[in-house]
Design a protein around this ligand. Structure first.
Ligand SMILES: Nc1ncnc2c1ncn2[C@@H]1O[C@H](COP(=O)(O)OP(=O)(O)OP(=O)(O)O)[C@@H](O)[C@H]1O
Ligand SMILES: [Mg+2]
Length: 287
């Protein structure tokens, strides 16, 4: 297949509220290429999650897609029946949410949680499920022997890795990550995103990465769209958004990023966390 993997065309989404409809997403269009890391940035309430839910068709009442198309390999997801959608979710599009690490079932061993997802979509056997679970743990840097452990035996960062591993087990073409690491400390955030980039290079999936943290996003994405009040005000390659933002709001988002004391005076924005490798950041952290 050639052309972009995902094309969002003129998408509008309403929430039905007491006084009528509130348009949370207004005529939004963007493409995500094969193997591309695409970022959606913008302040709280600008409509990022609403777009993510619309793409996976998880949007339920009171959300209502008022117009537009969402094409995956040219097929409009908005026109699929519920049965057709089941084949797309997980298998072609995986999703990781901010609170995903809490979405693991505390009562079930990790192996079982892999098995439930894999069995439902592929009909695999217990042994196949276990082998896949072990392989996926290895892939995200967790000792495969731990497939028999329960979620509470892992740290928050590891639980988030486990959710990502479950999401990747079905080898989706696109993963949507809505604030996937916001609940984690900054060093763990960076490690996980670094790992997603490495996995992306090996496995070739596309990523829709959603965060209000433009700075973090700029280090991991190929292209970025900036949203304000339900609209995309600017989109382009990461270099353009970081070095030559066209829209006033994008410039203000950059200016909102804290600088080190003295940096403003010299005009140099220094951000230790941004420039230094993870180990160096860790050395500077209080133990
Ligand atoms: N169930 C709902 N009913 C009514 N309005 C809603 C509902 N969910 C979201 N909204 C509104 O839709 C708009 C977009 O919300 P959305 O959650 O998509 O924003 P967001 O960019 O993901 O924000 P955040 O960064 O805080 O996650 C907001 O104004 C929000 O108040
Ligand atoms: Mg959100």
């Amino acid at each position: 297949m050639s052309g972009p993997l995902l094309q969002v065309r003129d998408l509008s989404v309403d929430y039905l509220v007491d006084k009528g409809a509130f348009r949370a997403v207004k005529n939004v269009s963007f493409d995500i290429g094969r193997g591309e890391l695409f970022g959606l940035a913008g302040e709280s309430g600008c409509g990022k999650s609403t777009i993510a839910y619309a793409i996976t068709r998880l949007a339920k009442a009171p959300a209502w897609v008022a117009g537009g198309e969402i094409l995956l390999d040219g097929q409009d997801l908005l026109k699929l029946t519920e049965a057709e959608l089941q084949k797309v979710r997980w298998r072609r599009i995986g999703m990781v949410f901010q609170s995903a690490m809490n979405s693991l079932n505390p009562l079930l061993r990790i192996e079982r949680q892999f098995f439930d997802v894999l069995h439902r979509h592929t009909g695999c056997s217990r042994a196949e499920g276990r082998a896949k679970a072990e392989a996926m743990l290895r892939l995200v840097g967790i000792d495969p022997k731990r497939v028999g452990d329960y979620p509470h035996q892992f740290s928050g960062g590891m639980r988030q890795r486990l959710v990502i591993a479950i999401c990747l087990a079905l080898e989706p073409d696109l993963i949507i990550m809505d604030e996937p690491t916001t609940a984690l400390d900054v060093v763990v955030q960076r490690e996980i995103l670094q790992q997603i980039c490495e996995l992306q290079e090996r496995l070739g999936f596309s990523v829709l990465f959603i965060t209000h943290d433009l700075h973090l996003m700029s280090q991991f994405c190929d292209r970025i769209a900036v949203m304000l009040g339900g609209r995309i005000v600017e989109q382009g390659p990461v270099d353009q958004i970081t070095r030559a933002p066209q829209h006033d709001y994008t410039r203000r988002l950059w200016e909102a990023i804290p600088r080190l004391p003295g940096a403003a005076a010299t005009g140099v924005v220094e951000d230790i966390a941004a420039e230094a490798p993870v180990d160096a950041v860790r050395e500077r952290m209080p133990s």
